[in-house]
Design a protein around this ligand. Structure first.
Ligand SMILES: Cc1cc2nc3c(=O)[nH]c(=O)nc-3n(C[C@H](O)[C@H](O)[C@H](O)COP(=O)(O)O)c2cc1C
Length: 199
């Protein structure tokens, strides 16, 4: 668990503010763990089987001058993603949940006003889907991810659709072409799941 929290600590943050804070609930303190479970919405009841629940929180202002830090949630997300990667590195499953009673969590966890709750996180080992309540099984077996095509989330020059690029990937080569100029921008030797930096 420490290496997962340590991974969060190394995330980049605006002005190195490191605005993330985590409340960790474990089976060591079953009463507190039950309190954390109690804020989860019905749609996340399956996470009550997890031995670890975490509340991820971000400090809203910069320490210096107490100015509002509009990037506090961005940086919390970066820290969470580090934890994700380290949890998988440890052979664990980490699941992020926005489906919880935020107001109740603020009260139960005594979150001060200058902090904002982000998500709840469940950490544990992958279990068999058969342990899931019937109503969750269908979702568990159905593929959750429908990735947007790369070309649908990247623009060149500005927000105009016409400025978009297209990526034609083959086993070993990625051709990035500019749809307007119909010009190859860059050729990348593409190892599967290798993302190239676009000019
Ligand atoms: C901020 C955030 C909140 C999420 N909230 C929930 C949630 O409340 N319940 C849930 O089952 N999954 C939740 N998810 C998981 C997403 O549904 C999941 O990441 C997405 O469908 C992609 O699937 P994958 O992560 O399994 O690839 C959340 C993910 C994020 C990043």
């Amino acid at each position: 668990m420490l290496s997962i929290l340590e991974a969060a600590r190394w995330a980049p943050s605006s002005k190195n503010e490191q605005p993330w804070r985590y409340i960790v609930f474990t089976k060591d303190n079953p009463e507190k763990l039950m309190e954390a479970q109690s804020v989860l919405l019905e749609s996340n009841v399956y996470a009550k089987r997890a031995p670890i629940l975490i509340c991820a929180i971000a400090k809203k202002n910069y320490s210096e001058g107490e100015k509002y830090n509009r990037l506090h949630f961005h940086d919390l997300g970066a820290a969470n993603e580090n934890m994700f990667l380290e949890a998988f590195n440890q052979g664990l499953i980490m699941h992020e949940m926005g489906g919880f009673d935020v107001q109740r969590a603020i009260e139960v966890f005594h979150i001060p006003d200058d902090f904002e709750i982000g998500i709840m996180i469940a950490i544990g080992y992958q279990d068999k889907h058969s342990v899931l309540p019937e109503r969750f099984r269908e979702k568990a077996f159905s593929p959750t991810r429908k990735e947007e095509a790369l070309r649908d989330s990247i623009y060149r020059r500005n927000w105009e659709k016409s400025g978009m690029i297209s990526v034609i990937a083959s086993e070993s080569m990625c051709l990035v072409t500019d749809r307007v100029k119909d010009k190859t921008i860059v050729e990348l030797d593409c190892k599967p799941n290798r993302i190239g930096f676009l000019p």
